[in-house]
Design a protein around this ligand. Structure first.
Ligand code: PLP
Length: 432
């Protein structure tokens, strides 16, 4: 069987909250002004109460609102696809499956959280949302989601991506958002960076500073983050929960679960529902692998410590694996993986030995992406191609050992708006 599909009514009705099941409790976010544990009241300038509650909830299962399910139904459930052609090409006894999140209207997994975030903000009467975006995947997902709820969206877009990826900007504007290249002259944070370095290419950290500053200054405005936070990983568990139902249908279970890791949300979204079985003591042998770029290796090379989420230091401090909030990663094509930190949930699981991490260089990633496109047809997003690369590596190990492992990876998005990166690779111009 090539595809394992679910019906609309099989979209999960609840998200899985991993917080009560973590091997050690998460350490609290700290207030950037006092370095004391954050008072949730202060977060109300940025987030709706429902999301603040989810951020700290001890409930294992959280209901997905019907209004959110109706919008999810535009593209969910997403297919689980067996990469039979890739298996044959690799001559491996492994079975390779991927969950394909690229069929959402913006082309990635990100609307899984953009839609509930827009919903909870609208319910609280919020009229305007600011955010940052790297490659434009998150900004376009939020623009797509907020239009359903009559919310105006302002996106601070990392300048290098704004210039490299003009079509994502057009996509955001098509869905009604306003897009500003960051660092910008419109915020104190942006001006401060531009004074030091007028040609600064921008980073997610700087764009977050600008978006947060803009939101704090206005009553009618909230801020929205596309990864890292607990509630984002919560919303993304819809991916893994569907995948579990799909594997149950074919009476299989993955031995290895793989995802690209920028802030950790698509990896977490796929892996956490499977980790639930691991916490319960069954499926001890499943391995979980987060894949990051060699140029921005927050899990494999970062320090596990409290750090700011942004460059200027306006956000609460989170205990996470981080390369330091002033780290500006090189301008690689997987813009969505250029973040200095890692989700506290993923950092915690890594520290406790429940998940592994590997860092891979850009050229090897594109080689894998092209092999995938030439066998399975789909052109992966450069971010997702990190997972493809490691899925191929693991399948090749099975060829050596003869093991028939079941490999599952998240194809978090398609790369049809990243063709300039493919062009560079095909012309031999891409460097590590
Ligand atoms: C944003 C993005 C990522 C990285 O973000 P995570 O929060 O780590 O998932 C990965 N793949 C795609 C397609 C993205 O758009």
């Amino acid at each position: 069987m090539k595809k394992i599909l679910l019906e609309d009514h099989e979209i999960p009705k609840q998200w899985y909250n991993v917080l009560p099941d973590l091997p050690t409790p998460l350490e609290p976010p700290l207030d950037p002004e006092t370095n004391e544990p954050m008072n949730p009241e202060k977060l109300k300038a940025l987030f709706p109460e429902a999301l603040i509650e989810q951020e700290m909830s001890t409930e294992r299962w959280i209901d997905i609102p019907p209004e959110v399910l109706d919008i999810y139904a535009i593209w969910r459930p997403t297919p689980l696809i067996r990469a039979i052609n890739l298996e044959e090409y690799l001559d491996t006894p492994a079975k390779i499956f991927y969950k394909y999140e690229g069929i959402s209207p913006p082309g990635s997994h990100k609307p899984n959280t953009a839609v509930p975030q827009a919903y909870y903000n609208a319910k609280e009467g919020i009229k305007r949302i600011t955010t940052e975006t790297g490659a434009g995947q998150w900004g376009s997902s939020l623009a797509f989601a907020t239009q359903y709820f009559g919310i105006e969206t302002v996106v601070y877009m990392v300048k290098v991506s704004y210039e490299q990826k003009p079509y994502r900007r057009v996509l955001m504007e098509t869905w009604g958002a306003k897009v500003i290249p960051s660092p910008s002259p419109y915020t104190e944070s942006g001006r401060k960076i531009l004074e030091q370095d007028p040609d600064n290419p921008g980073s997610l950290g700087i764009a977050i500073s600008e978006a947060v500053e803009d939101a704090v200054k206005r009553e009618d405005t909230h801020y929205s983050l596309g990864s890292v936070l607990n509630h984002v990983l919560l919303h993304q568990t819809v991916i893994g929960l569907e995948a579990k139902k799909q594997f149950a249908k074919i009476k299989h279970y993955p031995d290895i679960v793989i995802g690209a890791a920028g802030g950790g949300s698509n990896f977490g979204g796929l892996a956490l529902p499977f980790l639930l079985d691991r916490f319960a003591g069954s499926m001890e042998c499943t391995r979980f692998i987060a894949v990051e770029p060699a140029s921005c290796p927050s899990l494999t090379k970062g320090e596990y410590t409290y750090d700011y989420g942004d460059t200027i230091g306006l956000t609460p401090l989170l205990k996470m694996h981080t390369l330091g909030h002033e780290f500006v990663p090189p301008s690689i094509h997987a813009g969505g993986l250029r973040y200095h930190g890692m989700a506290p949930i993923i950092s915690n699981l890594y520290e406790n030995g429940f998940i592994e991490a590997v860092a891979v260089p850009q050229t090897a990633v594109f080689k894998a992406a092209v092999e995938f496109a030439r066998t399975e047809g789909i052109v992966p997003a450069p971010e997702s191609a990190h997972a493809v690369k490691v899925a191929i590596d693991e399948a090749l190990k099975c060829r050596e050992t003869g093991e028939e492992k079941v490999i599952l990876f998240n194809l978090s998005g398609h790369g049809l708006l990243d063709l300039s990166a493919y062009q560079q690779y095909l012309e031999g111009k891409l460097k590590d």
